[in-house]
Design a protein around this ligand. Structure first.
Ligand SMILES: C[S@@+](CC[C@H](N)C(=O)[O-])C[C@H]1O[C@@H](n2cnc3c(N)ncnc32)[C@H](O)[C@@H]1O
Length: 372
């Protein structure tokens, strides 16, 4: 066996191992979440007797939270049932050294499962309507404006949505008649989006409690136990051949130059340790004259993380870089009020004054890249 083949097999084995640990992490959601509540109960139990008596209602609330966690955990096996058929069944075959039972769970996994529940609220519930209107609608409207139905055949316009989350924005773009591809590298998101987009057939079939793990800033226990139903629309069938989701790191998957008519990014560009790399890749994969539409804040997800070389240029600096990369900024608005997976009842409300901009890749191709 050649060295390359050995390396490819080892990489495949690692991918499979990771995939199984994601499945195991989903499956451990109930136990892990209940353990956290049990430790809160124990924290009360060791208090003086009169404190325990006064905290009776708090203990009752913890009981209620357990019921909601039980309800969330009932949805998980339904989501996982066909998860192995994702990516053309590559994970359903046997024959490698890692079986599902051999691998453990991921240490940061419970947070990822909780985030997916919140993202289900944002993308696929009626309660997420306002967030989607704030964040997705300006992008969808701009794409429609850039490519009017009476002037172009929309199914020939290729739109890419990197960092697609659970795929709602990409799905909505497809509904406008475009060919749209969502890209995502988070396996938790990919498994759940696969479930919603390919397997959910009945509107509002499932009920989940997206904020059940937010123990702080609640006026009442009911604010923590708000439930939502999903999917708010029937995602299937999507128009044939015009919608897809790809798995993998945006920087790794998209290497082919001059391919896309439009790249749409929502709450995405700040997900890089080096944002400039994202801008360069977006520029490189767009066709000359292609358009990049962005909406979101500059939260810089890697900022302050140990062992990460994160850079955090201000929007002003970014605007200069956008020009240097080869874009012309055609529209720019600041102060767009946007929320992200926000519990409307929480005492803590995060609202981003996001930026919205539209950039065009110039038609002029610098001589150094000619010939590609
Ligand atoms: C803040 S979320 C936004 C999700 C969605 N666009 C929305 O507005 O709800 C960013 C998403 O980008 C994904 N992401 C971050 N870096 C990525 C990369 N290099 N390649 C692909 N996806 C990435 C994350 O997993 C996450 O789902």
């Amino acid at each position: 066996m050649s060295n390359d083949m050995v390396q490819a097999l080892a990489a495949e084995n690692e991918d499979r191992k990771y995939f199984y640990s994601v499945l195991n992490t989903f499956s451990s959601y109930r136990e892990q979440s209940l353990l956290r509540i049990k430790s809160k109960e124990r924290a009360v139990m060791i208090l003086p007797g009169h404190h325990k008596r006064w905290l009776k209602n708090y203990l009752n609330d913890l009981g209620l939270f357990m019921e909601c966690i039980e309800a969330n955990s009932k949805v998980i096996p339904i989501i996982l049932k066909d998860a192995k058929s994702i990516f053309g069944n590559i994970y359903s075959s046997t024959g490698t050294s890692h079986s599902e039972t051999e691998v453990g769970t991921l240490s940061e996994g419970l947070d990822k499962v909780q985030s997916v529940f919140k993202q289900l609220m944002r993308d696929w519930s009626s309660m997420g309507y306002n967030e989607r209107k704030q964040c997705y609608q300006p992008i969808i409207d701009e794409i429609a404006l850039q490519f009017p139905e009476d002037r172009v055949e929309r199914k020939n316009i290729n739109v890419l949505v990197p960092g697609a989350g659970l795929g709602r924005l990409a799905f909505e773009i497809t509904l406008k008649g475009f060919s749209c591809e969502g890209n995502e590298f988070n396996m938790f998101m990919l498994i759940v989006s696969n479930f919603v987009l390919n397997l959910c057939k009945v509107v509002d079939e499932y009920e989940i409690y997206p904020w059940i793990h937010q123990y702080c800033n609640n006026l009442k226990a009911e604010d923590q136990t708000i439930s939502v139903r999903f999917p708010d629309v029937r995602p299937m069938p999507t128009p044939e051949g015009t919608f897809s989701m790809t798995a993998g790191d945006f920087l790794e998957v998209y290497k082919k130059q001059n391919e896309w008519d439009c790249v749409a990014t929502c709450f995405f560009i700040d997900c890089a340790s080096n944002i400039v790399q994202f801008l360069e890749t977006i520029h490189s994969i767009l066709k000359p004259g292609g358009v990049w539409i962005n909406l979101g804040p500059l939260l810089y997800h890697y900022s302050g993380l140990k062992n990460e070389r994160s850079i955090e240029p201000s929007f002003e600096v970014l605007c200069d870089i956008i020009k240097s990369v080869g874009f012309e900024m055609e529209k720019c608005e600041t102060g767009i009020k946007t929320k992200y997976c926000q519990n409307p009842k929480s005492m803590l409300q995060y609202e981003y004054d996001s930026v919205f901009f539209v950039c065009r890749k110039s038609l002029w191709i610098p001589s150094s890249t000619e010939g590609y």
